[in-house]
Ligand binder design. Structure first.
Ligand code: NAD
Length: 303
């Protein structure tokens, strides 16, 4: 059985929806929980500690251990205070679930830059700020489990969500690098791409569909991503009891000799460039550079 006894988890945006469900599940399985929530509306306006406090009450009533913190994830001083208080109260931070988020949807043509920046700030910089605040602590303890929360809007795109999509795909890039940098200290970073019925998705799908999309089904996947035996650099997609992994593959591609290294050469060979036969997954950027250099070196007979 997957348990979290003695572990402490900070879950951002845990006053509602998915974050609340993650908090309830991890608490039920023995983790001490820091329930973080700014307590604003879906578009990020307003604030109140009451959503976080309500979740703390629900956890403690069931015999679990939790504390509330109203840090705005974009404010480094408030996040630092949250991490300090978590360590003072529970002794350490083992798990960070970057879940807090807002929406400011509009087509790109109509979107104000301020709404673009705010959404990037909460999702991407909020996750960076919270991760930065626990990173050295996790490194010193040689243990850390971190989850980012992405979205199919970022991975595949959704009309009206250029700000959100950019932030959500940015989190995948952040995850990739942090896995490389955290590996020797057993810090494993994964990404959840959820789809669930919450106030964020209210009214977007028929009630019968939303009924299937329980937050609890998604939290099962999240719990595995931050468990002792967690994978790393995995994008786990979860919704309505369905689980899948998004993976980034690269086609083998082709080598074009110097005389064909022209826009026309690329156009004429485009089908071969796109051909997925034998495609590969890389775990760092230099693997791709090596592939390209090796092909060119072979052409010129350089070993
Ligand atoms: P939700 O609105 O119910 O929960 C988000 C929580 O984040 C709220 O309680 C909010 O107060 C909090 N929050 C917002 N800004 C904050 C800030 N600056 N600091 C601290 N807390 C803040 O929405 P949800 O559906 O549970 O979404 C949770 C996460 O899952 C989000 O990152 C969202 O983008 C992502 N997501 C959700 C779905 C879905 O289908 N519900 C799909 C893809 C991704």
């Amino acid at each position: 059985m997957i348990r979290f006894d003695g572990r402490t988890a900070i879950i951002t945006g845990a006053g509602n929806g998915l974050g609340k469900s993650h908090a309830m599940l991890l608490a039920e399985r023995g983790a001490n929980i820091v329930v973080n929530d700014l307590g604003g509306s879906v578009d990020g306006s307003g604030s109140s500690l009451s959503a976080a406090e309500t979740v703390v009450r629900e956890i403690t009533e069931k015999g679990g251990k939790a504390m509330a913190h109203g840090a705005n994830v974009t404010k480094a001083d408030e996040v630092a205070d949250m991490v300090d208080q978590a360590i003072k109260t529970f002794g350490a931070v083992d798990i960070l679930v970057n879940n807090a988020g807002i929406l400011r949807d509009k087509s790109f043509a109509k979107m104000e830059l301020a709404d673009f920046e705010l959404v990037l700030n909460v999702h991407l910089m909020g996750s960076v700020t919270c991760t930065k605040a626990v990173w050295d602590h996790m490194k010193e303890r040689n243990y850390g489990r971190i989850a980012m929360t992405s979205s199919s809007s970022g991975i595949y795109g959704n009309f009206g969500q250029s700000n959100y999509g950019a932030a959500k795909m940015g989190l995948v890039g952040l995850m990739n690098v942090l896995n490389i940098e955290g590996k020797k200290n057993d810090i494993r970073v994964n990404t959840l791409s959820p789809t669930a019925a919450t106030r964020m998705t209210e009214g977007l799908l028929p009630p019968a569909a939303l009924e299937l999309m329980t937050v609890e089904s998604v939290s099962a996947g999240l719990a595995y991503l931050v468990s002792e035996d967690a994978p790393d650099r995995t994008i786990l997609c979860a919704g309505a009891g369905g689980f899948a992994a998004t993976r980034i593959y690269e086609t083998p591609g082709i080598y074009l000799p110097p005389e064909q290294q022209t826009p026309e050469g690329v156009a004429e060979n485009f089908e071969r460039i796109l051909d997925p036969t034998g495609q590969d997954m890389y775990t760092d950027g230099s693997s791709q550079t090596i592939k390209f250099i090796s092909a060119a070196a072979k052409h010129f007979g350089i070993s």
